[in-house]
Design a protein around this ligand. Sequence first.
Ligand SMILES: *[C@@H]1O[C@H](CO)[C@@H](O)[C@H](O)[C@H]1NC(C)=O
Ligand SMILES: *[C@@H]1O[C@H](CO)[C@@H](O)[C@H](O)[C@H]1NC(C)=O
Ligand SMILES: *[C@@H]1O[C@H](CO)[C@@H](O)[C@H](O)[C@H]1NC(C)=O
Length: 355
Amino acid sequence: MRSSSHALPLGVLTALLLSQLCSGIKWLTLSNSPVALHINHTQHCKLLPNLVPAQTQLCRTHLEAMKTIFQAAREVKKTCQKTFADMRWNCSSIEIPVDNPKYRPDLDRGTREAAFVYALSTATIIHALARACSSGDLQKCGCAPTPSETPAPDHRWGGCGDNLLYGVPLGSKFVDSPMKLKRSHGNKLMHLHNSEVGRQALRKALVVKCKCHGVSGSCSIRTCWKGLQDLREIAMDLKSRYLSATKVVHRPMGPRKQLVPKDIDIRPVRDTELVYLHSSPDFCSKNDKLGSVGTQDRQCNKTSVGSDSCDLMCCGRGYNPYTEKLVERCHCKYHWCCYVTCKKCERTVERYVCK
Ligand SMILES: *[C@@H]1O[C@H](CO)[C@@H](O)[C@H](O)[C@H]1NC(C)=O
Ligand SMILES: *[C@@H]1O[C@H](CO)[C@@H](O)[C@H](O)[C@H]1NC(C)=O
Ligand SMILES: *[C@@H]1O[C@H](CO)[C@@H](O)[C@H](O)[C@H]1NC(C)=O
């Protein structure tokens, strides 16, 4: 008789184990759900793939918020890719196929990139929930309570503030619950810390916004409320924290093991700084193990001196020019009354891609 082994092939087993590690951001696969998907029954929750039990439970108790959470997952992806479009690491690994949420080494190895994605995820989901409240999309919440501080002279509180009071607890619980399951302590502390940095960046982005009133726009009275800045700005703030992130080690400090800065370990980590445990590769060349897709064929900018310059983007390998034809509206004419006609003009621009 042929000996049959029930053991899974090693590769599959490793993939399974490693996919456990990645559970922290698996919920982002919700971004692949159809925009029209409407979760209106608690039974639907267990059909959602890649959620941990605590998230499925939150789905059951907050059905009406699920649409906002799906939208937040889409925004995390879009915003991450936009924010890093000019960098070697361009957040492409955030595209997680639903049926194969396999290990993303750049996003779960405790790297700087993972730090950014976790902080952005937390900020985004809270942002989406707080805005959904103030725009009347949710029945369980509305405008934020009136701020307690007295308004500036000739200002009064009014309007409808974005509701962090609702967004912060629910959003945090949703994004942080997979981390609570993790056994690897250092990674868990790292992700929870960076999630807190995301909340901190978001609170900082809650600013006073006003509308003018008064005779013919004299602005003698202003109605003000606290509203969140656009996610794009919050992402830029987090990107600068990414650039100055602190490398930490997980080591005993006092009675417990904690994250302490690796090089200057006399101070505890600040809750404004993103932290990471493992250094990233330079992302110049392809390396599946490290989660690097490399920069070959990436577009670069010949006149830029920043991270998208051909020198930096192509890692000194050089670049190939190609031309692209752009069709634009031109010679537009205004006709009385009231329409505009334009011609189509073609323009050739030179572009460059990394070798
Ligand atoms: C739930 O959603 C489905 C599909 O969108 C719809 O056909 C159904 O009427 C909804 N049920 C309730 C109770 O709203
Ligand atoms: C990121 O870079 C990779 C590798 O060059 C490329 O295939 C991918 O399309 C880029 N993604 C985005 C969103 O620009
Ligand atoms: C290239 O960089 C320059 C300088 O930063 C900028 O003005 C220009 O718009 C960029 N070109 C493209 C195609 O992004």
